[in-house]
Structures are given as C-alpha cells and as structure tokens.
Design a protein around this ligand. Structure first.
Ligand code: NAP
Length: 268
C-alpha cells in the first residue's frame, strides 16, 4: 500500500485509502487544504456545517492537480431537500460534481428513504459519482437497499480501536460497502494511551500513526483532520511500516464502544 493506493467501490470507481477531515479547520482552509494536497492527500471530506467548502474549492483550483485525481466527499443534511442540498454544496465548492455524497445522519423517523431517492436522482443527473450514508446502523442500510434496490457505497462512522464494532465491518465487507472512519484520532483524546504509545515506540511511529495504520490494515478508510502541517504530514507517513497480528489484536482489544462525540450511533 502507498499514499496513492485506492480501494474499489461497488460502482467499480476507486477511492483513496485515506483522506483529510475538515471539520473545525480553524486555520485558513484554502491554505491548509492546498498544503495537504501538495503533501499528497487526494481525498477531502467536508459538509456544509464544517464551513470549509469554499476554501476546499479554492484549494483544489489553486493546486493545479487534475480534478479526476482528487476525490471530494460531501454530505446532505437530514433536513435538506436532497437535490437542493447537493446543488448548494457544489455551488459553495464551485465544482461541477462531487465524487461521493452521503446522507450525513439518518433522520429522526425512518431510514431516510426519500433522502436516498434524492441522492439517486443527483447521481443520475451527474452531480455526484457515488452515494452513501453516515452514522447508519446495518439494519437501516438494509431498509434503504430494500426500498430502492440501491446499496450505499460507503458508511462513514466514528471508528477507532477504542470504539468500533467488528460485526459492522464484517457486514459492510460482505455487502460491498466501504467503511470510512471519522474521528480516527479520537479527536486527540486518547493519544496517550499506554498500548498505543508502546506499539508506536516499538515501530518508531507516533500514536496517531498507529491509529491510522490500524484502519488501513483492517480495510477501513481513515479521515484524520489536522490544522497543523506537521500533523497532516505525520498522518500521511504511515506507508512504511506494518502492525503485526499481535499489535492488531491488542488494538482491537481496546474496544469499549468509546466515543469522542458521546455515542456510537451504530451501537447505541
Ligand atoms: P480526528 O481526526 O480524530 O482528530 C483531530 C484532532 O487530532 C485535531 O485536534 C488535530 O490537531 C489532532 N491531530 C491530528 N493529527 C495529529 C497528530 N499526528 N498528532 C497529534 N494530534 C493530531 O477528529 P475529527 O475532526 O472529529 O474527525 C476527522 C474528520 O471526520 C472530521 O474533520 C470530519 O471531516 C469527519 N467527521 C464526520 C462526522 C460525521 O458525522 N460524518 C463526524 C465527525 C467528524 P490539529 O487540528 O491542531 O492539527
């Protein structure tokens, strides 16, 4: 695996094996994202409430990188009219399509079947290449698929050794759904964990790099966010070492369904 590696989506299109999160980028977004693209990031995750879409669009245009080499993930809100939400995001980004658009979270009632039909329409219209969900349980994904015959390409969920669910990953693998890992660095809250630090010391890597590598080796796609250049460069420097089976087992065993955001919607 290298920073250029991609993972195949059920559509046959490919998505980078990791990306940059942009929630709470407090530095100048355009400058940060442009530096991250220069450092080698090819996937950028955003949503309207992150306030980062205009800066991401600017960074993409300034980067000089071919649009097809970049992968932009957007989200519609559960309160959105889906087509209007997709168009709003593209307008802010000043792009003619998103590579992947997700339902940000399920609505309070139902599984979001109408939102899903709306995203299918946006895909038909060429505004979005692939469509998926975020914060969904396996059972709710089943309801979307049964209602429409269309299975999400991706489910984006909070995911770290401290909070994950092997059964969800197994379900997604079986169903051909890629799991994207948000808050993969525990929002910085668990980086001093003794197991992470010990494995990192032995591998000559930092706890953050161990967390990212754990995802890559499990086939989940991490989206670490970083304001600081040193951080996003460090987070990309994870392709020159391996965690062995024992390391992976010890990391898996840290699971306590812990969440940096309060709860794991696919468990609680
Ligand atoms: P995260 O990526 O787990 O953690 C970000 C924090 O870790 C920041 O404080 C960052 O510091 C710090 N950090 C980054 N690299 C580091 C390193 N190498 N060493 C030490 N600290 C480091 O948290 P997140 O932003 O919640 O999650 C990532 C992305 O997932 C979001 O930005 C967003 O794109 C997405 N997300 C999606 C949802 C959803 O509902 N779909 C929810 C939450 C997040 P600096 O910023 O100071 O560099």
């Amino acid at each position: 695996m290298t920073p250029e590696s991609r993972i195949e989506l059920r559509s046959g299109r490919e998505m980078p094996v990791m990306g940059l999160g942009t929630w709470q980028l407090t530095r100048d977004t355009a400058e940060t994202v442009q530096s991250a693209i220069e450092a080698g990031y090819r996937m950028i995750d955003t949503a309207v409430d992150y306030g980062s879409q205009r800066g991401i669009g600017e960074a993409i245009r300034a980067s000089g990188i071919d649009r097809d080499a970049l992968f932009v993930v957007t989200k519609i809100e559960e309160t959105d009219d889906p087509m209007a939400g997709v168009r709003r995001d593209l307008e802010e980004l000043q792009l003619d399509h998103a590579d992947l658009t997700l339902i940000h979270r399920p609505p309070p009632e139902g599984a979001g079947e109408d939102l899903w039909r709306g995203l299918m329409e946006a895909r038909e219209a060429g505004l979005v290449r692939d469509i998926g969900v975020s914060n969904y349980r396996a059972e709710m994904i089943g309801r979307l698929s049964e209602a429409t015959g269309v299975v999400p390409a991706v489910n984006q969920v909070e995911w770290s050794p401290f909070g994950h669910e092997a059964a969800l990953l197994a379900h997604h693998r079986e169903a051909g759904i890629v799991l994207q890992a948000y808050s993969p660095l525990t929002r910085g809250e668990r980086l001093e964990d003794a197991v992470l630090m010990e494995i990192g010391r032995r591998r000559g890597k930092t706890p953050a790099q161990v967390l990212i590598r754990w995802n890559l080796q499990r086939g989940s796609v991490p989206l670490p966010k970083a304001n600081h250049d040193a951080h996003f460069r460090e987070n990309l420097d994870v392709f020159d070492f391996d965690l062995d089976a024992r390391d992976m087992e010890r990391l898996d065993a840290l699971n306590a369904h812990w969440s940096a955001l309060g709860s794991l919607p696919y468990v609680d």
